[in-house]
Structure formats: structure tokens, C-alpha cells
Write a protein that binds this ligand. Sequence first.
Ligand SMILES: Cc1cc2nc3c(=O)[nH]c(=O)nc-3n(C[C@H](O)[C@H](O)[C@H](O)COP(=O)(O)OP(=O)(O)OC[C@H]3O[C@@H](n4cnc5c(N)ncnc54)[C@H](O)[C@@H]3O)c2cc1C
Length: 406
Amino acid sequence: MAESSKRGQESPEQAEFRAYCRAWLEENRPPPTRMPLPQAAYEVTADEHRSYLVDWQAKCYEAGLIATDVAKEYGGHGHTGFQQIASAEVRRAQVPYFINWIGLGMTAPTLLAHGTQAQKQTYLPPIFSGEDIWCQGFSEPGAGSDLVSLSTSAVKQGDNWLVNGSKVWTSLGALARWMLLLARTDKADKYNGITYFICPMDVAGVTVNPIHKMTGESGFNEVVLDNVIVPDHMRIDEVGAGWKVAMSTLTSERGAAQGVGAVASSESPMGTMEQLIALAKGTSRNGRSVWDDPVWRDRIMKLYERTEALMQSSRRAANRELNGGAMRIPLQGKLVGSEIGQAVHQCALAILGMASSLYVGDANSVADGKWTLGYMNTYTGTISGGSSEIQRNILGERVLGLPKTK
Ligand SMILES: Cc1cc2nc3c(=O)[nH]c(=O)nc-3n(C[C@H](O)[C@H](O)[C@H](O)COP(=O)(O)OP(=O)(O)OC[C@H]3O[C@@H](n4cnc5c(N)ncnc54)[C@H](O)[C@@H]3O)c2cc1C
């Protein structure tokens, strides 16, 4: 299908903005880093990567590709209906991702919906520029899918709150200046006893311990909070309104994570699909290329169809009427996209056969072990921000109106 007809709804201003984004990204593509970047933003730990990515994000923000639709009074560019175009062009160009994806994808939408005027004016501009990196302190050892069981406590002391507890799986925790923190302010009330705070990470009582994943990476962390003082002006919304605010953050994370321009990976689903086809064409099996074998080609083309359907669906997500209040298309997109990503990588490992056991850094590996590393990392998408099982429950209950699970 021609690109223009896929975008039949685009106004002349939007088309012009798309052309601008495309040309800007082409002209300003940064040179590669000396040490290759991790596959996704949540695995960044090295200082070299951090400063390179912060510079890149700042440049993209100045160019209008981030906070495109945010009001100028909060540091945005004041457009309407342009952010999706900018984000799509960033993905298409396969340029580096934005390191501050939690700030852009979760904090900014949460503050825009629930923050005070002062909070929006203080925290949003450095989120957009990448100057302040954010992390998300929701999960705890005893509270993941069942988030409402969280037990980190916040006790009011004058104008401050004293916070104690521990958070786990905190992506970017080692680099972040601020954390989105959920804490219990009333033990007697499960849902209305949670309050939402902005917690500083560079103060006494905060300890960040890296967690090492099976991939060898350590982007996520345990964060221990020991008598940490959080001023009351860093509370978001009312005392006891934390669950409501958290649901708004999670709606962004579980589907609309694009937020005000978050792009957490440099690979688009179709880009990865095209790499899979190239892998099949370049791999020989039984005297011919895998691509020339009809059984393999059938398997690959089924994945291609699913990927194309995902892309069409994400284009439909721009249409408010189709999308509905329940964010039905983005919510499906997280579920379907993460599962397709896993299936594409599974297929790649099958094509590689024995070679799939060679990992990153092995001179004999194909594409420096990218497919094997990528396969393990695709489990991130089906667990974080709500596992696929939880995502199916949400779609069943909130989008299809099915009875609630017990
Ligand atoms: C790479 C990565 C990065 C992450 N980053 C962050 C972060 O920055 N901040 C943060 O707060 N958290 C983060 N998380 C944590 C993530 O949100 C949790 O892992 C997730 O919510 C699942 O919780 P859990 O790990 O405790 O698993 P559990 O909740 O213990 O679930 C275990 C299994 O049981 C299933 N299950 C549980 N309840 C139900 C149910 N009601 N119905 C059906 N099945 C169910 C789940 O689907 C899963 O398969 C991250 C996780 C990963 C993998």
C-alpha cells in the first residue's frame, strides 16, 4: 500500500511536519558510540552511553520531536496532533532511543493529568531535555501484578513524609534523579491508603543495588528507602489518591507509553521483521537458503502478516473515535507487540540453529549475538508494565466489559 494512502487522514500541516521530521532526522543522525548501545533504553548503565543519549535527547527536544503537543507554558512546543508523527518518524529512522523514556512515557503524562501548576513547570522541562532522568518505584518484592499489596510506608511529619520500604525491578534506578513513588499512607484502607510522591534519589537513606539479569545486563535495581524525607509539595494529587494516579501512569505504560515522545528502542517491529528476512536469506540449510524453503517462508510470512496488522492497528490508534476512552488499541498493542517480538526472535534462533548458542562478544556469533540477547530481552515486554496475563485481564474487563476476575 502506498504510504500516502495509509495516512489518508493527514492534514497538509501534518504532512509538512512529517517531511520536516524525516529531513531533520536524516541530517542529524548521530555517529555511533564507541561501545555499542544496549538494545533498549532500560538497560543503559555506562556513563559514556548516558551522556551520548542525554545530548541526543536534548537535540531532538530542541528540534521539536519531543513534547511536540505539550503546552508552551510547560516547556512543550504547543502543537496538536503532531506527537504521533514525530515519534513514528523517530522509530522509522532507527536513530538512538530516548534515555528518559520513563520521564517521557510515564512521568510527563501523569504530571500533566494530576500535577500542580508548580510541579508541571518545575519537573517537565528537564524531563523533555533529558537533564533529569526518572525511574518508577511501583513494584515491591511482595507486590507486582498485585500492586495494591504494596507496603512501603510514608508517615507524615510536619511538612514532610518519612518513607521506609523497598522497591524492586527499578529500571534506570542507578541513573535517575527522581522516582515516581507509590507508598502506603493508611494501612487500614487497601486502595485509598496509597499516596503518590516524587521521591528524590540523591538524598540520605536511598540505596540502589543493581540486579543482574540472565543477559548479563543490570539496568534494573533494588531500591531501599530508609527514613527518606520527601517534602509534602512533592506529593502528586491528594493523600490517598495514589491508586487513581497510578492507574493513569499504568495506562500510559501499558499501551500509550509514547507519552510525550518516549521511544525506548531503536528498532521498530517492521525493522526487526526485515532483519529476520535478511537473516533467512543469508542462512543456508540443506544446500539452499532458508528463505527459499517454502516451509520456512510460510512461518516467516505469518509473522510478517502479524507485524503488518500491528502496524496498521497502531496507525488506527491515532483516531480517537476508534480508540475509545479505554485506550483499546494501545492496550492491545502492548500485548500483541510484545508477543510478536518474542515469536520473531524465536524464529531467528530456530534459523540460526546451533549458532544461536553463541552470545554477544563471541567472534563466531552471527550479528554479535544480537538475536540471542534480543530473544531474552523480549521477555521484558511480556512481563514489565503488567504481564501478558494481566494485560489480557484488563482488555477483557475494561475493553470487552467481561465479568471481573476474582
Ligand atoms: C525488565 C523489567 C523492567 C521492570 N521495570 C520496572 C520499573 O522500572 N519499575 C517497577 O515498579 N517495576 C518494574 N518491573 C516490574 C514489573 O512491573 C513486574 O515484574 C510485573 O508487574 C509482574 O510482577 P511480578 O514480577 O511480581 O510477578 P507476579 O505478579 O508474581 O506474577 C507471576 C506470574 O503470575 C501471573 N499472574 C499474577 N497474577 C495473575 C492474575 N491475577 N491472573 C493471571 N495471571 C496472574 C503473572 O502473569 C506472571 O506470569 C520491571 C520488570 C521487568 C521484567
